[in-house]
Design a protein around this ligand. Structure first.
Ligand code: MG
Ligand code: ZN
Length: 216
């Protein structure tokens, strides 16, 4: 019983920081995205391709959450994007307090803020980091059974990108089953099939994202 109370307190503190993030980003008119997935699903590559498609029209800033390294942050920085690294020293998710601190360092002279969360399909889902939209990436090699196995993550998703779709035929990945389960668990989530490697599906995803940025 005691453990539950402590967890609730942690989440309450997190939510108040998330509200501060929301207020700050709203005041600056910044549209924000929180990318989540398991390790290796292609978050960084998807973010790279997304930034390449948008950076001529929009100013973008980036916050990377990773356990120890700055490998992913370096890839985004190489695109000329203002980047801040959060190393969680082993913590398996970002929380709103970490993001709030990173907002002191990253350029807020931007119209899109992208956050890459720690690769993990479990607890990042329960820590609101104050973004406009949660983008969850499910990659084909992970298998078509993940939506029901990690319902909390898929439930908090506003957008679900099914990545590495070019591998679907080789891997017995049942797209229709995945989409049916998404409909059950997350009926409002917008779903796109993409391949960050080949660029497949990016036109639709980028158009959708551009629309959201316009409407912010
Ligand atoms: Mg990454
Ligand atoms: Zn965690």
């Amino acid at each position: 019983m005691k453990r539950v109370v402590i967890e609730r307190k942690i989440l309450e503190r997190n939510d108040s920081s998330a509200q501060r993030i929301r207020a700050l980003l709203k005041e600056k008119n910044i549209f924000s995205l929180n990318f989540m997935s398991s390790p290796g699903a292609g978050k960084t590559t998807t973010i790279e391709q997304t930034i390449k498609a948008l950076k001529d029209k929009h100013k973008i800033s980036f916050i990377d959450g990773d356990l120890e390294t700055d490998r992913d942050a370096e890839r985004i920085k190489a695109l000329g994007i203002d980047t801040v690294q959060i190393n969680t020293s082993g913590a398996c998710h970002l929380d709103a307090n970490m993001v709030l601190k990173a907002l002191d360092k990253v350029s807020l002279d931007c119209d899109i803020l992208i956050i890459e969360n720690v690769g993990n399909l479990v607890c990042p889902a329960t820590f609101d980091v104050g973004c406009d939209k949660n983008v969850v990436i499910l990659s084909v090699p992970e298998g078509d059974d993940k939506v029901k196995k990690y319902p909390v993550m898929f439930n908090v998703a506003d957008v679900i990108l099914i990545n590495k779709i070019d591998l679907a035929d080789f891997m017995d990945f049942d797209k229709e089953k995945v989409k049916k389960e998404i409909k059950e668990i997350s009926p409002k989530a917008k779903v796109f099939e993409i391949s960050a490697k080949t660029g497949y599906g990016f036109d639709d995803w980028i158009n959708f994202l551009s629309d959201m940025v316009k409407k912010r």
